[in-house]
Design a protein around this ligand. Structure first.
Ligand SMILES: Cc1cc2nc3c(=O)[nH]c(=O)nc-3n(C[C@H](O)[C@H](O)[C@H](O)COP(=O)(O)OP(=O)(O)OC[C@H]3O[C@@H](n4cnc5c(N)ncnc54)[C@H](O)[C@@H]3O)c2cc1C
Length: 398
């Protein structure tokens, strides 16, 4: 148990942390609530700094074999007219690509590597963390073991709450603080395989004067190899006043007529949107939420990572990347200092950087909405994306 680290949550952040900590010689045990880690989700993006962190863990080739190296973000109006193009990844001069990937594929890749490198029992599934206690020597996680139907204790030197948007660890550390903030918008999202999409490496943002938005981008290298394009798409539309209370974030089956009702007056065909919405599999619907940044991330031998620490609007393509950068910073801080000192060092570095990203996501979202329908929209979008890059540059630096 000398260097044993407990991680709650086998999502992107928890698994990346397990690999980074193992790489520094720590023992790691991951406690995952789900009975089985299934490749859930649709698309997400990994920014160049996070790609560099994964490459350092030996995952560069696997990432390249899974995702699409996004070359440009292209902004259109709802009639299909191009407003502004922003080069991304290698095309923007970064040393590493930006990858658009299937979340489930990325999670499976990380899980496979954790089991291969750390051991087949490194991830305990069906282990729902319910409580944490600690003393000067160790930390104890009380877990509900779903298979046995009873509570079990796991002991380590440190515990990291990487248990996602509804983190139990965050709630134990900061009860009642930073509730979910809903801005009144819903997302509908899905994935659809089509013959072609933009350049095959294009990320499209399309919006109208009301601020209703569609985002779509290809996510699969395997589909590209077979001459097809697997496109992740999202429709975002206001359904309530900002600030309307929301008890809990949820995912539910979405209905095509509901999302199409928000796209009245749109030209759906020039950018292939009709094909995307109609030709795909299941549609998911959920509210657009984030949380205010926390005053701290931990106490004693416990800390937070990923969405548990800094849930952000999914508008800057940054959520998973920041979780991966947390993982790298955590492993480096724990390796460089004593465990408890290392946790505080990690928090000092990452809390400030991720707070800047949470706030920049809010600001960018509001500024894009305010620019909707303006005659100089293209120039406004160029200024807004440049502001966002500046505001998040330290977050990207890890
Ligand atoms: C099922 C699912 C689908 C998603 N789909 C998308 C998507 O399509 N696109 C996108 O951009 N983002 C998606 N996300 C969110 C995205 O993965 C995160 O924003 C980002 O990758 C940061 O990852 P994270 O590890 O902090 O959180 P997550 O990836 O959310 O992982 C948190 C993990 O903690 C586990 N957990 C929760 N509570 C407990 C507990 N009490 N004890 C033990 N384990 C617990 C969860 O089961 C989950 O495996 C999804 C998340 C989930 C859980």
């Amino acid at each position: 148990m000398t260097r044993n680290i407990l991680i709650a949550g086998a999502g992107i952040g928890g698994l990346a942390a397990a690999l980074a900590l193992h790489d520094k010689g720590f023992g790691v045990e991951v406690l995952e609530s789900a009975r089985e880690v299934r490749p859930l989700g649709v698309g997400l993006n990994i920014q160049p700094a996070a790609v560099a962190a994964l490459d350092k863990l030996g995952l560069g080739e696997s990432l390249a074999a899974s995702g699409i190296p996004t070359a440009e973000h292209v902004y259109f109006d709802h009639l299909g007219e191009r407003l502004f193009t922003e080069p991304r990844g290698l095309a923007a001069g970064h040393e590493w690509p930006q990858y658009s990937v299937h979340r489930g594929e990325l999670q499976s890749l990380l899980l496979e590597q954790v089991r291969e490198r750390i051991g087949p029992r490194a991830v305990r599934t069906g282990a729902q963390l319910v409580d944490v206690s600690q003393d000067g020597e160790s930390v104890r996680a009380t877990v509900f073991d779903r298979a046995r139907g009873e509570h079990v204790r796991h002991t380590g030197r440190v515990l990291i709450g990487a248990d996602g948007a509804h983190s139990v660890v965050r709630e134990l550390l900061y009860p009642g603080s930073a509730p979910l903030r809903w801005n009144g918008a819903h997302f509908w999202r899905g994935i659809t395989e089509v013959d072609s999409f933009g350049t095959g490496r294009s990320f499209h943002h399309i919006s109208d004067a009301r601020g209703t938005r569609v985002v779509a981008y290809p996510i699969s290298a395997k589909a590209a190899e077979s001459g097809r394009v697997l496109v992740n798409w999202v429709v975002e539309a206001a359904v309530a006043e900002p600030g309307t209370p929301l008890e809990r974030s949820w995912n539910r089956a979405g209905r095509l007529p509901d999302l199409l009702a928000h796209l009245e007056g749109w030209e759906l065909d020039p950018l292939g949107l009709r094909e995307l919405f109609i030709g795909g599999g299941p549609i998911l619907e959920y509210p657009m939420v984030d949380r205010d940044p926390l005053p701290g991330w931990g106490a004693g031998r416990v800390s937070l990572l990923g969405d548990a620490a800094h849930l952000m609007y999914p508008v800057g393509a940054n959520g998973a990347s920041q979780a991966i950068l947390d993982a790298r910073a955590l492993a480096e801080a724990l390796d460089g200092s004593g465990l408890v000192t290392g946790l505080r060092e990690y928090e000092r570095l990452r809390l400030a950087r991720t707070t800047a990203v949470v706030l920049a996501n809010r600001e960018m979202h509001a500024a894009e909405k305010a620019s909707a329908g303006r005659a100089d929209r293209g120039e406004r979008l160029a200024a807004i994306t440049a502001d966002y890059r500046r505001a998040t540059a330290t977050g990207a630096a890890g």
